[in-house]
Design a protein around this ligand. Structure first.
Ligand code: KG4
Ligand code: ZN
Length: 362
């Protein structure tokens, strides 16, 4: 079954064509440069960019699929249109939804709405079937959730962050240190150049017996350290930050390594606690922060120690993309789920309803 996936929940506009054998084509346009000027995502600008970019991304997708000379033949093969319906920025979601609905209506192709967080986790099964039940660790810029995953449609939240998400904690420390937004990946690159001090930063909100997270204490500890060490600030300059990484002080590189270790170990402590409550067959780590080298190492060690299978998508599939949306749409369609054109967008912070319709039996 060939599925077209549409992703527009935050600041990446992305489309992909996926079937059971894998990815036929995928395109993505990041808006990072637009938002970096403001130090964070500006929702209004994000919506406008999605509206501007989606049509040309579709042309490019068709070109990459080799269908530019016969678009009709391409459309004839698309059996479902999957679209992120939440959580995310409301305006951005609405642009993606309107685009997907227009295509579904014009081409008479069934539509299926996708939960962005589930899509992040389930794409780990694209290359190798997931072993359920799984412990899902979803770590992104806006979310930090632990899940019990029983199947692609049965995902129970076990714990989540009470304030900042893991990615947000990384981005804020990076910003305070003088790195451009979003600084998570740059912090990772700096940390690889430094030596972590396990005592430098706390493992916040771990002295309790729950599965929730709170990264605000770590953020404050990071801010305090940076105030006490103004000489550690990332050097400013004309060239892109990536090209200035070698000029960063060893002091900042060490702090970056220590901060990321604190984030990763905090995630590991709560994940280990979840494993004492139920015995999964595997651990799935996904979302933008799963691209982080320290997070990957901590979970590799945890999975080895617990003799569990570990699934972490390749770094390009960890951050927002259209492939994960198409893949989740395919899994839902295979389970007989779809939506009508009345599908609604669900912004961040609201519960996503279980409102799929069952496909008529074939
Ligand atoms: O999943 P994602 O692309 O978007 C959301 O749904 O939020 O995650 C983006 C987050 C940002 O906070 C970004 O800084 C972080 O993932 N990130 C990283 C790395 N790559 C992306 N954080 C730490 N290390 C990385 N290598
Ligand atoms: Zn995401």
């Amino acid at each position: 079954m060939l599925v077209l996936g549409v992703e527009s929940s935050c600041d990446e506009s992305a489309l992909a064509l996926v079937n059971e054998s894998g990815v036929l084509a995928s395109v993505m346009a990041t808006q990072i440069d637009v938002h970096a000027l403001f130090g964070g995502v500006v929702p209004e600008l994000a919506s406008r960019e999605h509206a501007r970019l989606m049509p040309r991304l579709l042309d490019e997708l068709w070109r990459r699929a080799g269908w530019e000379h016969d678009p009709e033949a391409g459309w004839a093969g698309v059996e479902r249109i999957a679209v992120t319906r939440g959580p995310g920025l409301l305006g951005s979601l609405l642009v993606g939804l309107a685009f997907a609905k227009a295509l579904a209506f014009a081409r008479n192709i069934p539509l299926v709405g996708v939960n962005h967080l589930n899509a992040h986790l389930l794409v780990a099964g694209l290359e190798r079937p997931l072993a359920f039940p799984a412990l899902g660790v979803l770590v992104s810029g806006g979310h930090t959730h632990l899940y019990r995953m029983d199947s692609p449609t049965e995902m129970t939240v076990l714990g989540k962050t009470l304030d900042d998400a893991a990615g947000e904690a990384c981005d804020k420390f990076a910003k305070m240190a003088g790195l451009p937004y979003p600084g998570g990946a740059l912090l990772d690159a700096l940390g690889m150049r430094g030596e972590a001090d396990p005592q430098l930063f706390p493992r916040p909100y771990t002295h309790n017996d729950n599965l929730d997270f709170s990264f605000s204490g770590l953020k404050t500890a990071g801010a305090t350290w940076l105030t006490q060490h103004p000489e550690a600030r990332f050097p400013s300059g004309e060239e892109p930050a990536k090209e200035r990484l070698d000029c960063a002080s060893p002091l900042l590189c060490g702090a970056a390594a220590s901060y990321l270790l604190a984030v990763a170990e905090t995630l590991g402590i709560k994940a280990r606690r979840a494993l004492s409550l139920f015995r999964p067959r595997s651990i799935v780590v996904a979302g933008g922060v799963a691209a982080n080298s320290v997070v990957r190492r901590v979970f590799r060690d945890l999975a080895d120690e617990q003799s569990l299978d570990l699934y972490i998508p390749s770094p390009a599939l960890c951050t927002d993309n259209g492939i994960m949306v198409a893949w989740n749409g395919l899994l839902l369609a295979r389970s007989g789920y779809r939506h009508s054109l009345e599908l609604s967008a669900i912004p961040r912070g609201q519960v996503i309803p279980f409102d799929w319709q069952r496909e008529p039996a074939a």
